[in-house]
Write a protein that binds this ligand. Sequence first.
Ligand SMILES: Nc1ncnc2c1ncn2[C@@H]1O[C@H](COP(=O)(O)OP(=O)(O)OP(=O)(O)O)[C@@H](O)[C@H]1O
Length: 370
Amino acid sequence: MLFVDIHHRLGAFDLEASFQSAGRLTALFGPSGSGKTSIINIIAGLIRPDSGRIVIDGKTLVDTAQRSFVPVHRRQVGFVFQDARLFPHLSVRSNLLYGRWFTPQAERYAEFGRVVEMLGIGHLLARRPALLSGGEKQRVAIGRALLASPKLLLMDEPLASLDDARKSEIMPYLERLRDETKIPIVYVSHSIAEVARLATDIVVMTNGKLAASGPTGEIMRRLDLLPPEEVGEGGAVLDMKVLGHDEAFGMTVLGTRAGEMRVPRIDRPLGAAVRVRIRARDVMIGTERPKGLSALNILPGRIAEISQVDGSQVDLKLDCHGDILVSRITRQSFQTLHLAIGREVFAVIKTVAFDRANLSPGAPLVLTSD
Ligand SMILES: Nc1ncnc2c1ncn2[C@@H]1O[C@H](COP(=O)(O)OP(=O)(O)OP(=O)(O)O)[C@@H](O)[C@H]1O
């Protein structure tokens, strides 16, 4: 459990944030200059807040009312930055082992072999950082942070300097990190795709103030919280189960609360939990079950909430037997179809909305933990 309640002034910038998160990966999300890095620095102990309290897993790191402040070197936090910051003159193995020196023997829990295996960097151990790709460097940087056996991992835009191909290469490792270790992670990002896939909880900052915080599914469907350039990426994030594979058509069948959905085949076993992002712009509304459509996925639901976005668009929240979908449609369609709260409708989801990047092992799939 992460508890943060802080107030701090940095020149003309006033930072105020109060949130708690029970999640394993808490994303700090918000535009540039909203205060994300400052919060990370306060949690790390690099900045002493003017006032407030920070408690992680029952351990108080800061409590200004009690004049208590655990210094940075006693917090046992692991850092991963945008750039890997590896030592160029040391091999990957020595870079990894370096992190261990700072942790007393008795408190070392991270095992070298296991960390190397989890991050898939065994074949790189003898190399110098200059001979690694950007994605490989970041995996080594994560390994170095983990081998210090941190009690908390702070990641400040760890994927920001990587291209899309390297990002998708490293995502599965971050998912394993989230699911296989018990270390709470605070993760700064301003990418919806990243946050939707990785976060269990999201804290949204705007201009030094908390805009909202809560579980990923709840925050992701609040399109009003997203910056204009990212609104198209917003929508529902749902946990589904793999029900079967249809080899003849190369499809996977997923179970939702409102029925089955078919997506391009994913390599997950039967029963596995997957997290699926369905963008609001990919959900159309039918007042009757549509026929003769190429879209494979049609879920029945009821309009639970209506919010007018601007003169021309409307957002609808659809309660599909407990799974909440979001649909952004034109005000014209909204009026023509006479939509209203409580109305039974059909959500039509284009199959193409499920590209592989949007499918990830969901939170319930904890592989191991010790
Ligand atoms: N030491 C300081 N003195 C004065 N202002 C500061 C100081 N440090 C940060 N700021 C200001 O505080 C604000 C928040 O900065 P911060 O780096 O926390 O934002 P951010 O959300 O992490 O942004 P980015 O995504 O660009 O990294 C900025 O306006 C910044 O200029």
